[in-house]
Write a protein that binds this ligand. Structure first.
Ligand code: IVH
Length: 663
């Protein structure tokens, strides 16, 4: 009887471990949260009734009873070495030559991402987690077992029938960008100081003495090395080690590449560097490792770092340079932005000579001036930003906002909130140029070949004085412009003509109403279905729409109540622009959706109506005709059925992408 209870407890533990792995490591759960909770409750009840079968590795023992007073210092069985850094191809080549001098490499390299997190060592004894420690000085670190145990991404027991007697597993604990934003937004609401970046957040979390606070934050991990290994199963290559760790259910970064020679290594490095912004975690380089452990052993290590590996750091995304001059750019809605012209500097592989100072308040706040040395940042694909001043020039030269518009010499007014200054001349050529570029851009009217240069010449030549003028252009006048020859002129005219038949949401977006982006434009199109109806909509009616707040509603009303804008919209329509609303031909035309579980950002009704607006259909049952199943939190039996039938399962994020996507 009691033996069977023990078995039952063990089975439940195994089952929960499996679901933790599927949820936290693989990010693909197969049961609902409710089902998980019920397994957990059952285990907890049985354990309470049978304390004789207690185990510190039970999934119910992740959070300790009380905070610690301090962290104990523990010795690593084998030291945690650090890595030599390389900052250029030359550095890597030199490292590689030093290898060639010692051995003749047979088994190539593994190139991994260098995770920008906090190093950790886990000790598993006979498969059970017995210790987690921080890197410390490499010889000894803090015992952070209680904190690490709270994280379900870390297995308390390895998934192995035949684990080594003792193994030290090394890796990196980190916090995703998404979790970092979540934590910071909570701190902001609570009036607490926010963390500077995900790495600091992670380091700060691991230092908390109260594990129950650690448990409230979600940390992630990737493991990539071993220390001491006593007993069976020691792999003989880095590749095999990664595979072994993965088999044991430890999280392993899949973005590693096996390379046969150094040229392949450089290729792998470029590949990882160019895709780093796509990841939800931060990386600061690639780690190049000799694959064979025997070859590693023959190369050996210095007291600080192994000779068989090197960290090839990505080009810094931040740099320091000098402001040479500040110019003022006029945006589509007349906003004047101070832009710093910089002493050119390479940031992350690209030469930067301009960066935005956002607005005059910001320039004031960081006390920036011409001649100052500033820190700039280039992230993803956005315009470089100035983060702050690192050294003032002497004598200080502050930035004075212009008194008149740098383009049309028109009057400049300050927004009531005081942050922005705008040129209020509605015929300002700089605004018109920006507006034309926006109007013609993909996702708006999509007029191919109508970029900044074309807009510039059309406005400067006086051929286009207002937006609708583009529909009166003729070939003869275009040919007078420097940019155009016969073919280019006909192409542009044909593109302009083609744009007349367009989608309502694209047209609304193209109008460039303040704060009406792609998403809001599509909501407005769905709601009003006709530009004339939208243009006479009352503020109250707009505010009534989900997702449209009072400020956006006011912007829309203000836009359509301005004489000039009304005239422009009327003239565009008179010139043959036909914005049409239609659900047919939508991207989801004919596709059948089934929803299960609750969505975070949509009510079921809204989600279903979004499907219909894109031409799709909803059904409440899963069948062979179902195209997609959208799984929210606590998905029901439909989820399992869909999985068995191989139907595409969409997370809420993926679903949202589909709904917000083009068409
Ligand atoms: S291997 C003996 N691989 O970078 C070599 N380290 O500056 C052990 N790191 O202390 C390290 N990603 O905390 C290795 N894929 C990776 C890594 C990685 C991040 C960290 C680790 C190490 C530091 C070296």
């Amino acid at each position: 009887m009691s033996e069977s209870k023990r078995k039952k407890i063990e089975n439940l533990r195994e089952e929960i471990r499996k679901h933790d792995y599927l949820y936290y490591v693989k990010a693909s759960p197969i049961i609902s949260d409710a089902e998980y909770d019920s397994l957990y409750r059952r285990l907890k009840e049985l354990e309470e009734k049978h304390p004789e079968y207690d185990s510190p590795s039970s999934p119910t023992k992740r959070i300790g009873d009380r905070p610690l007073d301090t962290f104990r210092t523990v010795n690593h069985r084998q030291p945690m070495l650090s890595l030599e850094n390389a900052f250029s191809r030359k550095d890597v080549e030199r490292w590689n030559e030093s290898i060639d001098k010692k051995i003749s490499l047979k088994d190539g390299y593994i190139v991994e991402e260098k995770i920008d997190g906090v190093g950790v060592s886990l000790t598993y004894e006979k498969g059970f987690l017995t210790l987690a420690s921080s890197r410390g000085d490499g010889r000894s670190g803090d015992d952070i077992t209680e904190n690490i145990k709270t994280q379900k991404v870390i297995p308390l027991k390895l998934n192995s029938q035949d684990p080594p007697d003792i193994v030290e597993i090394r890796g990196e604990i980190f916090i995703t960008r998404k979790e970092f934003r979540r934590i910071n937004s909570i701190r902001k609401k609570e009036g607490k100081k926010t963390f500077a970046n995900p790495r600091n957040t992670c380091a700060g979390t691991l230092k908390l003495l109260d594990p129950s606070r650690v448990a409230r934050r979600r940390m992630n991990a990737f493991f990539y090395a071993s220390g001491a290994w006593e007993g069976k199963g020691k792999p003989s290559t880095q590749k095999e080690l990664l595979e072994t760790l993965k088999r044991w259910d430890l999280p392993v970064d899949e973005n590693h590449l096996k390379c046969r020679n150094i040229e392949e290594v450089f290729y792998a490095f470029e590949k990882l560097q160019s895709s780093r912004e796509k990841r939800d975690y931060e990386t600061d380089g690639a780690v190049i490792k000799v694959n064979s452990f025997e070859e590693q052993h023959n190369l050996g290590a210095t007291s600080r770092s192994p000779r068989w590996a090197i960290a090839y750091k990505y080009k810094a995304k931040r740099e320091i340079t000098e402001i040479r001059k500040v110019v003022f750019s006029v945006g589509r809605t007349g906003t004047i932005t101070p832009v710093a012209e910089l002493e050119p500097v390479e940031v992350g592989g690209v030469t930067i000579s301009r960066a935005t100072l956002h607005n005059f308040d910001f320039a004031d706040k960081i006390n920036a001036g011409v001649g100052d040395r500033v820190e700039i940042e280039r992230g993803g694909d956005v315009i470089p930003k100035i983060l702050g001043v690192v050294e003032k020039s002497y004598p200080a030269k502050e930035i004075n906002p212009p008194k008149e518009c740098p383009s049309c010499r028109g009057e400049i007014k300050q927004d009531p909130e005081g942050v922005y200054r705008r040129c209020v001349n509605i015929s300002c050529p700089a605004q018109l140029k920006q507006h034309l570029v926006h109007y013609a851009s993909p996702g708006a009217m999509d007029i191919e070949g109508f970029g900044e240069k074309v807009a510039g010449q059309l406005v400067d030549s006086g051929m286009v004085k207002k937006l609708p003028d583009i529909y009166s252009l003729d070939k003869e006048s275009l040919l007078k412009l420097e940019l155009f020859a016969e073919k280019k002129a006909s192409n542009l005219l044909s593109e302009i003509n083609k744009s007349k038949v367009c989608r309502l949401d694209n047209f609304i977006w193209a109008l460039g109403i303040r704060q009406v982006g792609r998403h809001i434009a599509s909501i407005l199109a769905d709601e009003f279905r006709d530009i004339n109806v939208l243009s006479s909509a009352k503020k109250e009616a707009l505010e009534f729409i989900n997702e449209i707040g009072p400020i956006v509603a006011e912007n829309i009303v203000n836009f359509f109540s301005g004489d000039q804008n009304r005239r422009i919209v009327r003239e565009l329509l008179e010139k043959g622009v036909k914005p049409a609303y239609s659900v047919t031909g939508g991207r989801l035309e004919g596709k059948i959706f089934v929803f299960t579980g609750s969505l975070e950002n949509y009510s079921r009704k809204d989600a279903q109506s979004a499907v219909e607006k894109k031409g799709g259909k909803n059904s409440s049952t899963v069948s062979t005709r179902t195209d997609y199943i959208v799984a929210g939190r606590d998905p029901g039996s439909k989820f399992k059925k869909a999985q068995k039938m191989g139907i595409t399962i969409l997370s809420e994020d993926k679903f949202e992408e589909m709904i917000l996507g083009e068409n």
